[in-house]
Write a protein that binds this ligand. Structure first.
Ligand SMILES: CC(C)(COP(=O)(O)OP(=O)(O)OC[C@H]1O[C@@H](n2cnc3c(N)ncnc32)[C@H](O)[C@@H]1OP(=O)(O)O)[C@@H](O)C(=O)NCCC(=O)NCCS
Length: 299
């Protein structure tokens, strides 16, 4: 397996050819461990590309090391891009490639005059949570239970397929500031240190539930998750299921009561410690007033 050299050697570009799209199939199988049946069919990829979908690849030489695929969709009557897949080969992770692929997707969407992007991710995946909320500035008010069914052939879909449906308001001030690298970590840690989490990462690595009624009377709620759910799934699937049940309960109850997910802060206690979501009471539109920026552009 080639060593990841440096991020400078990796180029991000649109995927054009059949050969490019075939390379995606291999990467899908490598990253998700999908069966042949669950890989996106090549004919579908070609048609989607031709019909205006955004296909991007990260290449080291001719080797595809990451990709992003997003198609056009409608949400609340407005055109948006739904990013269906983002993947980076294991040995190329944490080099900002996921981030750069998202930035390229954003540019492509804006050039199509689309100002909103959505996608889903497993809220137990701490790395994804940090990339999505921390680095990109998404927000979410939807939790989907078993989005792709109870399981698929993917190794990443064994502990059910619950997903947060996130929204990335591409032209909003929030996102622009986030992309300028404005660091809110100190402020977030301060807020989180004063909250009793609704789900707390206990000393024994288990999720502990605290009082729901008390949490729902507050302005903010914290939900903690472990820093590495993948290794928990491998070592102790019962514990991974416990985390799923607990966080599913906390997110669904809080969202039902009028909260939304505003932030994620990694490692809130010590280096290998848990991360925490911060939920705020209210509506996304109040928190991000220019969330529907595209309406102003269209009119
Ligand atoms: C999600 C994925 C695309 C991210 O790619 P990537 O190239 O590693 O992303 P980046 O390097 O831009 O960002 C990763 C960030 O997470 C951080 N990180 C790494 N491990 C972490 C952890 N356990 N908890 C929190 N943050 C973590 C990195 O330090 C980095 O942040 P930083 O730049 O602030 O230091 C990649 O992990 C992947 O392919 N995962 C499997 C498929 C998947 O989940 N796809 C997305 C849903 S469809």
């Amino acid at each position: 397996m080639p060593e990841a050299k440096s991020k400078a050697a990796v180029v991000i570009r649109d995927l054009h050819s059949l050969d490019d799209l075939r390379k995606v199939e291999t990467l899908e199988q490598e990253v998700w461990g999908l069966s042949d049946r669950d890989v996106l069919p090549l004919t579908m990829s070609v048609a989607a590309k031709e019909a205006g979908s955004i296909w991007l690849g990260a290449f080291e030489g001719s080797r595809l090391v990451g990709f992003a695929f997003g198609f056009l969709g409608m949400e609340d009557g407005q055109v948006m891009v739904h990013s269906h897949m983002l993947a980076v080969r294991d040995e190329y992770r944490d080099l900002d490639l996921g981030y750069k692929l998202k930035l390229a997707q954003r540019e492509r969407a804006l050039s199509m005059r689309v100002h909103s992007m959505t996608w889903t991710f497993d809220p137990l995946q701490s790395r994804n949570a940090h990339l999505n909320f921390g680095k990109l500035g998404v927000i979410s008010d939807r939790y989907k239970i078993d989005f792709y069914g109870p399981e698929t052939s993917s190794v990443l879909h064994r502990n059910s397929t619950d997903r947060l449906w996130v929204k990335w308001p591409l032209s909003s001030r929030r996102v622009q500031e986030r992309l300028q690298g404005k660091d809110r970590r100190a402020e977030l840690l301060d807020v989180l240190s004063r909250l009793l989490p609704l789900i707390r990462f206990n000393g024994d690595g288990k999720p502990a539930r605290t009082d729901l009624d008390a949490a729902l009377t507050r302005q903010r709620i914290a939900i903690e998750i472990p820093s590495d759910i993948v290794s928990i799934e491998q070592k102790n699937s019962a514990l991974a299921h416990e985390w799923r049940d607990a966080t599913r309960w906390a997110f669904t109850e809080a969202l039902k009561a009028g909260f939304f997910v505003a932030e994620f802060c990694r490692t809130v206690r010590g280096k290998q410690g848990p991360g925490a979501y911060l939920l705020e009471r209210g509506k996304l539109e109040e928190f991000v007033p220019d969330i529907n920026h595209h309406l102003a552009v269209v009119r």
